[in-house]
Design a protein around this ligand. Structure first.
Ligand SMILES: Nc1nc2c(c(=O)[nH]1)N[C@H]1C(S)=C(S)[C@@H](COP(=O)(O)O)O[C@H]1N2
Ligand SMILES: [Mo]
Length: 184
């Protein structure tokens, strides 16, 4: 367990800055643009044509709850990135939600099997409150990086703070280093 965290066991708290949107799977789209060779968008069916990939392990919220055992299924971010071809200048990513929520990540934190676009939690479709129909999942970083109702990734050449990062939270958010607030 990372320092300062406790196991929430069977509870799965909901933390949302926005009102939960009513977003049908048929209306969901996911886009990757910015510093890529060929920007593109996926529908629900397009995304489900990609290989399924499962994450099993912990998640860590900066408010100090963790869940040591979770299982999410979706598609690896690697498979989406392969289709667009990130340009060498791309170092960072702005993840944005259908609601307008944003969060920044280093591109390195989204590649090599470390991040997913998740559709299912514990074998059931993600509930709307937990980001359904689809959320970003970056479980090695604090959970605010895992944008619910994910709409897209914009590849950029500098680290631009997102919603919580502009409000005092750390740019990276590594739970093992307790990167909770700017300056930690
Ligand atoms: N769109 C969006 N994504 C979001 C948030 C949010 O407010 N809006 N909150 C973040 C925070 S602070 C956390 S801890 C997790 C909470 O996910 P959960 O509600 O499924 O537990 O979602 C993250 N993703
Ligand atoms: Mo959070």
């Amino acid at each position: 367990m990372p320092p300062g965290q406790y196991d929430a066991h069977n509870s799965f708290p909901v933390l949302s800055a926005e009102v939960t949107p009513e977003l049908a799977a048929a209306d969901w789209t996911f886009r990757i643009d910015g510093l890529v060779a060929s920007p593109r968008a996926w529908t629900w069916d397009d995304a489900h044509a990609l290989p399924a990939s499962t994450y099993e392990g912990p998640i860590h919220c900066v408010t100090s709850w963790s869940k040591l055992s979770t299982r999410f299924t979706g598609v690896s971010v690697d498979d989406f990135l392969r289709a667009v071809g990130p340009l060498p200048a791309a170092t960072h990513v702005v993840a944005y939600a259908h609601t307008g929520y944003t969060t920044n990540l280093a591109l390195d934190d989204l590649v090599d099997g470390k991040a997913w676009i998740a559709f299912d939690y514990e074998g059931e479709p993600l509930t709307a409150a937990h980001g359904g129909p689809a959320r970003l999942l970056v479980p090695h970083l604090y959970f605010w990086k895992s944008a619910k109702w994910i709409a897209g990734l914009r590849l950029v050449d500098r680290d631009e703070p997102g919603f919580w990062e502009r409000n005092g939270y750390h740019h990276r958010g590594d739970p093992w280093a307790e990167e909770r607030y700017a300056g930690d």
